[in-house]
Design a protein around this ligand. Structure first.
Ligand code: ADP
Ligand code: MG
Length: 465
């Protein structure tokens, strides 16, 4: 058997030995280059694959090659084709070396290696769980958002060929997640590998991977997607290792002409603690904003929702709701849900009066006819405790931050029309954590006068007192 044939046979065995994703990511495209002095030189598809082969699969490949060649051989991997973006190859190195070294100190027998690679992904992440309601068909365009919607649709139609990356930014509840997932739905239906993930989950996943020493799997997972959508990317600012890893992920995907789509609550320019190299990557694609809906759009959205649920609402009620919830569509949803709950209780068409009285009760503390927003509550709670607002919505857990965070959650329930899961989203926590926080505040109120005073002060601040 000549060396070329030996490689072909070994390659075939490797294909049988690995699961498809691992094989596709690391081995597919590897070619025989030369054989001299007992050393096989194998060409890998890119730097990433080469590193992976050299550091993780080396022993395995060498053993199989030796077996089929019938003699103990050495093997060396080279990058076969230079990557189109030279910079990403070198920029990819430092963190990689660090992690590769960490991994090299562990010894893998071939069976444990196989186990290691094909271990299933951790099931506890909310990634790629797409909301079936977030489709383009259910997104009502307003004049100001026409271009944003068109950009999103263009990317969904032809990923990686129009705008890459595409970054949507805008305030809370304006439809960013809806648009991101609408793109994801379209791409998924075309059979592409799509990964939608909130940036917080990306961070958690990375931490998990480093702890479990499964960074290779982490990378394989993110780099083998055709379309990567990262929501609420503002949460990675200030987090160094997440930013670094995301930078490499971004480059790897970009290099292979894969689509990256991001959503942020601010323009990247305004993300103060975002690394410049990421900022310039983000701004290198198309950056478009999502605007609050005009009155007519709010009416159209309300009518769509009522239609979907088979509920008839008098125009006067719809108009009244559209007037009440002006700032964003999430609060419009809150208003709508309250009124619909009431409408279900009566058999006659809902009167304007009874709709109004529902909202009156629901909107208890009102300021200039508008409910406070979640951001206002978080900002006030942070300010009262002399903390940056980011601390409350972030992961830190000092005593002071925990207290301020629980107060913010408690008052968010009382003062805003945000749902539990919306509050949870804002704090990067589950809705059960929010319930727990609110219950704790409730329980402590009686015995803790300082807490009572703090809550009253924050409430006053929010209500403009
Ligand atoms: P964001 O991610 O910007 O905070 P979301 O995408 O979560 O906001 O939107 C909040 C809610 O409003 C969702 O239920 C979404 O379906 C709805 N929504 C937002 N914009 C529109 C729109 N233009 N048409 C229909 N529904 C919308
Ligand atoms: Mg969102």
């Amino acid at each position: 058997m000549n060396p070329q044939e030996a490689w072909n046979a070994a390659f075939y065995q490797l294909e049988l030995q690995f699961d498809r994703a691992s094989f596709d990511t690391w081995l597919r495209g590897s070619v025989y280059l030369s054989f001299e002095d007992g050393v096989f030189v194998i060409g890998a598809r890119n730097t990433y694959a080469r590193e992976m082969l050299q550091h993780r699969l080396y022993r395995n490949v060498r053993r199989i090659l030796s077996d089929v060649y019938g003699d103990s051989v050495e093997v060396r991997f080279e990058v076969h084709k230079p990557e189109p973006v030279a910079k990403s190859a070198s920029a990819d190195m430092p963190l990689f070396r660090l992690l590769a070294e960490q991994e090299e100190t562990e010894s893998y027998g071939s069976s444990s290696l196989h186990e290691h690679i094909s271990r299933p992904q951790h099931p506890d992440l909310p990634e790629s769980e797409l909301n079936p309601r977030f489709m383009f068909e259910r997104f009502v365009a307003n004049k100001a958002n026409r271009m944003t919607l068109e950009a999103a649709m263009a990317v969904a139609e032809n990923p990686a060929s129009t705008y890459n990356p595409l970054l949507l930014y805008g305030g809370v509840g304006l439809g960013k997640t809806h648009l991101l997932q609408a793109i994801a739905h379209v791409c998924q239906s075309k059979g592409m590998r799509v990964l939608y993930i909130p940036s917080e989950a990306f961070t958690n996943d990375l931490i998990h991977a480093i702890r479990q020493r499964s960074t290779a799997m982490f990378r394989e997972k993110y780099r083998s997607t055709d379309v990567l959508l990262v929501d609420d990317i503002q949460f990675i600012s200030g987090k160094e290792s997440t930013q670094e890893e995301f930078f490499h992920t971004f480059n790897a995907l970009y290099t292979f002409n894969k689509q990256v789509i991001l959503a942020s609550d601010r323009h990247p320019r305004e993300l103060k603690t975002l690394e410049d190299r990421l900022r310039s990557r983000f701004e290198g694609g198309l950056v478009v904003d999502v605007q609050p809906p005009e009155y007519e759009t709010r009416i159209a959205i309300l009518n769509m929702w009522a239609n979907e649920r088979g509920i008839e609402l008098p125009d006067s009620v719809v108009q009244m709701m559209a007037e009440r919830a002006q700032s964003n569509i999430r609060s419009l949803e809150g208003v709508f849900n309250q009124v619909v709950a009431k409408a279900h209780l009566t058999t006659r068409p809902l009167s304007l009066q009874s709709a109004q009285s529902v909202l009156e009760r629901f909107e208890r503390p009102r300021q200039h006819g508008r409910r406070p927003t979640l951001e206002q509550v978080v900002a006030a709670a942070a300010k009262h405790h002399s903390l940056p607002a980011d601390d409350l919505t972030g992961k830190k857990r000092t005593q002071a931050i925990n207290t301020a965070r629980q107060i913010a959650m408690y008052l968010a329930r009382e003062l805003t029309d945000a749902s539990l899961s919306q509050i949870g989203d804002t704090f990067g926590r589950s809705h059960t954590t929010v319930i727990h926080g609110c219950n704790k505040v409730e329980a402590d109120l009686g015995s803790d006068p300082a807490l009572k005073t703090a809550i009253a002060a924050v409430r006053n601040m929010v209500l403009g007192g």
